[in-house]
Design a protein around this ligand. Structure first.
Ligand code: USQ
Length: 396
């Protein structure tokens, strides 16, 4: 039974990924330091519903399915804690005295501060973002170099690494002809936030590790994700992932649906022409699983663009309004001054065939999918806090 180690296993994507692999018979260990929950408490962001601790969630999962997910609570920015996941010393961790079950064949790395607005709150949050994200990635590379060179690292990157260039975006690499000679380079990166910049730096660190130590790495350039429920969480509401709708941790589709439910005008930033590649949370799980089934070669940095379709902010607002109105809600769209510094009208044409070529079957954002999200958000309508929806964290 293959062992998958999920770093950042308490987060929006980490927990559903753990359930997904566990359901398919993998041995799963999740590691987290509760960064996301603690940041939500510190910034008073609110959540759609409370989420049990990792240990409680693992227990609920085991009771419901008989499957075990091992839990380690540790801060992986500390190199010794990271190395403890590979040399067995973390088996003495207070959280679980039998966490170490041998070297994992696959390490899924989500253990990062994931929010662009958070990274630009002020110098302290910028510092937390930089030091957490870069240290965790560097610590992981060194631990794999020293203990598990054959293991496959699947790392979550972001489409935002590329920014919005005026040329087509390739999957990670670009062949360049210069003065009559050709070579292949990482596609030019020009991130739009400090958070996205840490992802660019992660990619560089991993590319270095691949060149220097022949590591196997898949870097997933993911777009904004939407969704709540997955096939595995459906069996018990307490297994649903953390769902944020605030300005710092909420992503746009999740936010718009929540806003529509309480009659808060949809917050279109600026002109609303900002176009991104989107995907359903269920597809994140598929993408990671398909990457695991077809690992990168030793000495390969394999990059996929992890999106299924593109939308502008205006298109998402119109779709949310249409679906909301069909449910009898009053949904207003309101363009507000953009707190971010980003292009509001731009060219956007990314390539994203790689993941489908290895077997991912896209779930597109249809009215039906949106309706099923509305159904869940409406159940928790009374928990929704208007005051956290827009505070206007200025990027400039
Ligand atoms: N936007 C609005 N109104 C809102 C919220 C967002 O117009 O109320 C706009 C933003 O200005 C942006 C777009 O919607 O142009 C997407 O914003 P987002 O907050 O959904 O996503 P973003 O900040 O880009 O970050 C999210 C995740 C991050 C991931 C990234 C992928 O939080 O972890 O890396 O999506 S990507 O955007 O492709 O870089």
């Amino acid at each position: 039974m293959s062992h998958v180690l999920i770093l950042g296993g308490d987060g929006y994507l980490g927990w559903p990924t753990a359930l997904y692999f566990s359901e398919r018979g993998y041995q799963v260990t999740v590691v987290d330091n509760y960064f996301r929950r603690n940041a939500c408490t510190e910034l008073d962001t609110g959540m759609l519903y409370p989420v049990p601790t990792l240990l409680e969630r693992a227990e609920i999962w085991q009771k419901q399915t008989g499957r075990e997910i091992k839990v380690v609570i540790a801060d992986l920015a500390d190199p010794e804690r990271m190395r403890g996941l590979f040399d067995g010393s973390l088996q003495y961790d207070w959280a679980l005295d039998k966490a170490f079950t041998g070297i994992a064949q696959t390490i899924v790395h989500y253990a990062e501060q994931p929010s662009a607005p958070y990274s630009l709150l002020d110098y302290k949050h910028a510092d937390i973002t930089l030091s957490n994200n870069l240290r965790v990635t560097n610590n992981l590379l060194w631990a794999v170099r020293d203990f598990a060179r054959d293991s496959h690292i699947i790392k979550l990157g972001t489409m935002g690494e590329y920014g919005t260039p005026d040329i087509d975006i390739e999957e990670g690499w670009l062949e360049i002809e210069h003065k009559g000679r050709k070579d292949k380079f990482l596609f030019p990166r020009q991130a739009g936030s400090l958070y996205h910049t840490t992802k660019v730096m992660d990619t560089d660190l991993m590319w270095f590790g691949v060149r220097m130590w022949n590591l196997r790495v898949t870097d997933l350039m993911q777009g904004p994700v939407y969704g709540i429920e997955t096939e595995e969480s459906r069996i018990d509401d307490r297994l649903n992932t953390i769902f944020n709708y605030d300005e710092i941790f909420g992503t746009i589709v999740n936010r718009f649906i929540t806003q529509a439910v309480i009659g808060y005008p949809l917050t279109v930033y600026g002109a609303g022409g900002q176009t991104r590649g989107y995907l359903n949370i269920k597809d994140t799980l598929q993408c990671v699983h398909m990457s695991e089934l077809t690992p990168a070669e030793s000495g390969e940095l394999r990059i996929f663009n992890q999106i299924m379709e593109t939308f502008s902010v205006n298109q998402l607002a119109e779709m949310t309004q249409r679906v909301g109105v069909s449910r009898g809600l009053e949904v207003e769209i309101k363009s507000i001054e953009n707190p971010r510094k980003e292009a509001e009208e731009h060219y956007y044409n990314p390539t994203y065939q790689g993941l489908q070529a290895i077997g991912v079957k896209p779930n597109y954002l249809t009215d039906e999918v949106m309706n099923s999200m509305f159904d869940i958000v409406e159940r928790y309508r009374d928990n929704i806090r208007e005051d956290v929806i827009f505070k206007g964290v200025k990027w400039g």
